[in-house]
Ligand binder design. Structure first.
Ligand SMILES: Nc1ncnc2c1ncn2[C@@H]1O[C@H](COP(=O)(O)OP(=O)(O)OP(=O)(O)O)[C@@H](O)[C@H]1O
Ligand SMILES: [Mg+2]
Length: 231
């Protein structure tokens, strides 16, 4: 891992699992982590995990970032990949450069190991999205993406992919078919039931292993912000 770039900037402040680890919301993320650990068995390992939702702005990026943090807190080596090359946000959340990232590794000879950035959070590395490519779905569906996933499996204990929504583009479907598991995020008073069913159908079509739905609750009710339903 010595080739990895190191981020020397300040630690992100907005993630609840970092700023308030004793809060009940942070506890909910740890519960999700525990459920995922139980879902992972010798013959059905969950080492690569896709986080997506039916539509926009449902909390996918927030969920994947917090999950990456709570997994890293157990001492596992974690890679968070911003695989939303259309509307990337992970670099902003973690205050990282996005000059090079997933799109760079996919379209040039540069390796994942060289491009992933270490963060100030112990055990957490991040592969930002990189510059916007014209063809994200094709890139994610490529043989090169399979190789990147293999390399990531080799270098990290847990790899989490933040994705665009399922209903609008095929990116999440493509990645769910490659990953060991998929989490669907649904947001209170926002996600439409028919859209959620449609997302599940699309994921079933590619034989994604849907591990559960994360219910992203209202801002006001801090104590009940996140629930997890396993299937
Ligand atoms: N439970 C919540 N309470 C308050 N604000 C929230 C909550 N969940 C998400 N948000 C806010 O909603 C916005 C969208 O969240 P986030 O970026 O995680 O969603 P997303 O599903 O990744 O969106 P996109 O589809 O654009 O990628 C952010 O500004 C985030 O801070
Ligand atoms: Mg997002």
């Amino acid at each position: 891992m010595k080739k990895e770039r190191t981020n020397t900037k300040t630690q992100p402040v907005s993630l609840i699992s970092l700023v308030d680890p004793s809060s009940s919301v942070a506890e909910q993320y740890r519960t999700i982590r525990t459920n995922l650990q139980f879902a992972s068995s010798a013959d059905q390992q969950v080492q690569t995990l896709v986080v997506t939702s039916s539509g926009p702005r449902e909390g996918k990026s927030l969920t994947s970032a917090n999950l990456a943090v709570v997994f890293a807190q157990t001492g596992q080596k974690v890679l968070l990949v911003d695989a939303d090359m259309r509307k990337p946000t992970i670099h902003k959340t973690f205050q990282l450069s996005n000059e090079a990232g997933l799109s760079t590794v996919l379209s040039t000879g540069v390796s994942l190991e060289e491009t992933a950035q270490k963060t100030t959070i112990e055990n957490l590395s991040i592969l930002t999205s990189g510059p916007k490519p014209p063809n994200p779905s094709e890139l994610l569906g490529s043989e090169k993406m399979n190789q990147i996933m293999e390399e990531a499996r080799h270098l990290f204990d847990m790899v989490i992919f933040d994705m665009p929504p399922v209903v609008t583009v095929t990116d999440a479907q493509v990645m769910s078919s490659k990953a060991d598991g998929t989490l669907l995020v649904a947001r209170e008073n926002w996600t439409r039931k028919d859209a959620l069913s449609q997302a599940k159908e699309s994921l079933d079509l590619v034989q994604a292993r849907i591990l559960g739905v994360i219910y992203n609750g209202a801002k006001q009710d801090k104590d009940k912000a996140y629930y997890y339903y396993s299937d």
